[in-house]
Design a protein around this ligand. Sequence first.
Ligand code: GCU
Length: 619
Amino acid sequence: MPQAPTRLLLATTLLLISCVASLQAQPNPQSNTLLVNIDHRPVTSLNGDWHVIVDQYATGLYDFHQNLRKDGFFMNAPFDPNGHPQDYNFANASTLKVPGDWNTQRPDLLYYEGPIWYEKDFEHTSKPNTRTFLHFGAANYRTFVWVNTKKVCEHEGGFTPFDCEITSVLKDGKNFVVLSVDNTRIADGVPTLQTDWWNYGGLTRDVSLVELPQQFIDDYDLHLSRTDHSLIEGYVHVEGASSGTTVTVSIPELNAKTQATVDANSRATVSLPAKSLSLWSPENPRLYKVEISSTSDKIEDEIGFRTIETRGTQILLNGQPVFLRGISIHAEAPYRTGRAYSQKDVDTLLGWAKELGCNYVRLAHYPHDERMTRTADKLGLMVWSEIPDYWALQFDNPAVLAKSKQQLTEMIRRDRNKASIVLWSVANETPNTEARTKYLTTMADLTRQLDPTRLVTAALLVRTEKTASGSNKIVDDPLGKALDVIGTNEYIGWYEQHAEGADTTTWDIRYDKPLIMSEWGGDARAGNHAPKGSTTPALWTEEYQAEIYNHQIAMLNKIPQLRGTSPWLLMDFRSARRVNPSLQDNFNRKGLISDQGEKKQAFFILQKAYKDKSLGKPE
Ligand code: GCU
């Protein structure tokens, strides 16, 4: 923004003074919808440079007695009657790129946890009979948004999209958006205080303006019937539409078309016979152009049609047993590090997964940028998608359960038409307590209620008993009752025993359900090698990590109901828990590839096992 003339300074200041005043003044006008398929709508991008103010003491929100402010953005607003000096000025503030976490944009912000204020000017000319929204791909962790001095929304959760309707506060010509993103970790958060990933803060994904007709298609679900592979069924919701409004769904390539009318809830149930449908699979990631329209809106999507279900301990894709040859992935940007958000990041990460020979990826431990699931659809990678119900949430706190439900709903709503997603995961490595099992059973039930077409899973911890010849792993976590597919994490060779310990480990799975070994592996610093020919490579060497993989693969092949695996993990990632100097330096080094793209020896061991299919069998 150019050096602001006084009048603009006045406008900015008045805006900011009234911004926070409105924090209590009016009830939060939460937008009443969450837009889907945004990447197929014409939008105005607000990506680029935003002015920012680091506000470590939340001065913009609280006064010096820690009361939520009523009198303005900062104490010494320039129009303070005492003529105090001005403490801030967006016009002269530095900038950060959006999208992008702040931690990796400025060295002084690498460890920053707290609020940062963002400001952006934008032009707008409103059109009659339209509604305008601000759409955020994600912002970590808590966000408050004002447009032209009016509070328009707030959102908690760092990995799911949200929308703010701004129709009533927009002006023709110049407009301002001012928002605060606070990445402070909170005990009653989702996730909570402890995570093994970096707390990247900020506007970490795209921000855009979306202009829509008064009545618009804001949600739909189109999936293949499990019982009839030539029938597509689902629903279309038209926000603002009155009962009886007609919706049309068509797939031109199949010469398939259907019409239906919305009910009193603006939702139409649809059923579309689709003869000669080519089913989506990793071998044939067939997507169809689908046209969805109502009297005033039209949207196109690219959707693959397939079924996923279980039969005993098998996972069935389109009715055929399948083995998920996978890898776990964090949303860490290759090379530059920080939160992954771009198509380039996605192409690199999923390109490596394909090179590894994967037909499946576990997107840990939170929903990734929508480009990941879009690209998985196109590449033919099945996806395990997860909300960050990670480790020890406050499972006895109803407010936390509400946050988990909100994030689950946002994840499913955004991605329910992505054929690649076959598993919704409700948790990772949570403590086996009564409160936890009740909480996550509720979450599993909600998942099925929101989307009965996919499988529900979670990554469980296992018990270990010593045996005469080694150890026995027992999978009997009571949460397993609520799951369709049992996920299990173990680290034989790293957190317990030496790599050979896998040779004398037996498995006792107390559920007659498919098992996915959802995590295993060990750390290695890329380029750190044991002496040539060494038979006892030291920890942290590539040779030792390779040992773990060799012994683990042999053990996994002895588990009859194993139907998939996603070793931990594709690429090294930043974590504040990883403090071993020179070996970790705030990175978790379990990647098969370093954050600088260096493939470690274990990469080629797993690649061989996947390509020659010597690991795992579907039947
Ligand atoms: C756990 C956890 C991961 C973590 C990994 C590790 O299983 O699920 O988030 O990074 O182990 O310790 O490296």
